[in-house]
Write a protein that binds this ligand. Structure first.
Ligand code: ATP
Length: 429
């Protein structure tokens, strides 16, 4: 514009079935609103003329089915229009799922098979848009009045709670484009690591627990059963990663498998499904708008995610610093631990450490800066099968006075004294 006092406000006119892809700048938030027409962000419709504020670094697209004018205020890393998107194929999937939900709803609730809505699992390599597609399918369903269950098995870049967890939550409203998944009462299991290879058996065991718990809830709730679930998975699709995908498909009784952006994975799953007549495997195109994120970016995103848990997206939460005696808290870890030498074991005993063994952890400096889950277990032997209430962050260990200082979402006593430790740490910045 050339003018020294140039306004940062900019208007963009979008043609039908096109989108504006945006990466917010790294320093300041971006304000955006819908001036006219209609538009949505990942399946969630924009209200006319209301300014929304997007935090730095967020990557998203504003899509319009029939045309829209968008107004932006602030700096972006990039913003560009694209008229080639896979949105029509995505919304067609949604329409098929809607049909299945309606059929499930009108079936007798006593027919546990027919009254079960679609159980969709989204699979594909990293950065293929799995989370984004899951989100769209959930938001479109919620807009029609369904309450589908979102299941997130991605321990690296999950969108329900802190990394290292698997979780599920009902989606009752289209997902807010800024706030993301609402945090009210999710069902969370803590694995404690950001990659499943740390303890594959534990990862599987927790996926089993989560699936079983949802099965019980569905048995008593015809509404959520008819709405079904959308399961987001990890981008690890080779070797053990592939085995874990098959495990998740089986254990959640998925009947729709959406494969994003990989021919090989699609044909492998298609072959497996031959022996499972009620499982549909569908290949979908990856959106050209999906942004690749390198290891460093992912690491940072995890740290922001932990920060967000305690402080909120816009620093709108006030976590509490608490002090406890060493004797007030019981910290456990699952698996690993010292491996007994064969000579110290009875003849015939297996020297390999039990990956599901729950062992007490000595409170010392090693706990500093770890993120621990607060288990709902009443006894140590329930830790493996219990979901967690939330998380604490250890900020100080005073060996002399035997005091431990931790950050918790709120003041007051923890719901339990049983804490689970993994390898997840965070450096508060
Ligand atoms: P991973 O398995 O690695 O967690 P993923 O396959 O779930 O990744 P997404 O998280 O859905 O991938 O997408 C990666 C990034 O690209 C996200 O920041 C997302 O918001 C962004 N993104 C997805 N689709 C678009 C689009 N059409 N335009 C702009 N950004 C997009």
């Amino acid at each position: 514009s050339g003018s020294a006092s140039a306004s940062t406000i900019k208007q963009v006119k979008l043609e039908r079935e096109s989108e504006l892809r945006i990466e917010v700048g790294s320093e300041t938030p971006l304000k955006l609103r819908l001036l006219n027409g209609s538009a949505e962000i990942f399946g969630s419709e924009l209200a006319p003329e209301i300014w929304l504020t997007f935090p730095p670094r967020l990557k998203f697209a504003v899509f319009t089915w029939y045309g829209a004018t968008i107004e932006m205020d602030g700096a972006t890393e990039t913003d560009y229009m694209a008229d080639e998107t896979p949105m029509v194929s995505y919304v067609n999937v949604h329409a098929v799922l809607e049909g299945r939900r309606n059929r499930a709803k009108t079936s007798s609730p006593n027919d546990s098979e027919a009254s079960q809505g679609p159980r969709v699992i989204v699979v594909g390599p990293t950065d293929s848009g799995k989370s984004t597609l899951s989100r769209m399918l959930l938001s479109w369903a919620a807009k029609q009045g369904w309450k589908p269950t979102f299941v997130d098995l991605d321990i690296g870049q999950g969108s329900i709670t802190v990394p290292g967890s698997i979780a599920a939550t009902p989606i009752e409203m289209p997902i807010d484009p800024v706030e993301g998944i609402p945090l009210e009462m999710p069902l969370v299991y803590y694995y404690g690591h950001t990659t499943p290879s740390n303890n594959v058996d534990l990862y599987k065991a927790l996926v089993n627990e989560l699936a079983q718990m949802l099965e019980t809830q569905f048995a008593h709730n015809a509404e959520s059963r008819a709405a079904g679930m959308v399961i987001n998975t990890m981008g690890w699709i080779e070797g053990t990663g592939y085995e874990l995908l098959l495990h998740a498909i089986d254990i959640f009784k998925a009947n729709v498998v959406l494969v994003l952006g990989q021919e090989k994975l699609f044909s492998m799953l298609k072959a497996v499904a031959k022996s499972k007549p009620n499982v549909d495997v569908v290949k979908l195109q990856k959106s050209g708008g999906v942004v690749s994120r390198n290891a460093k970016f992912r690491q940072k995103a995890r740290a922001y995610r932990i920060r967000e848990y305690f402080y909120g997206l816009a620093n709108d939460l006030s976590p509490h610093s608490n002090i406890a005696n060493f004797s007030d808290l019981l910290v456990y870890r699952i698996g690993g631990g010292p491996q007994a030498p064969r000579s110290a074991l009875p003849i015939g005993a297996d020297p390999v450490a039990n990956p599901l063994r729950v062992t007490p952890v000595n409170i010392d400096q090693d706990l500093l800066h770890t993120v621990l889950a607060v288990s709902y277990a009443k006894e140590p032997d329930q830790i493996l099968s219990s979901n967690v209430a939330g998380f604490v962050y250890i900020t100080d260990i005073d060996i002399q006075r035997k005091k431990i200082t931790y950050l918790a979402p709120s003041a007051g006593d923890l719901p339990s004294k049983y804490l689970i430790m993994g390898t997840l740490t965070w450096l508060e910045t």
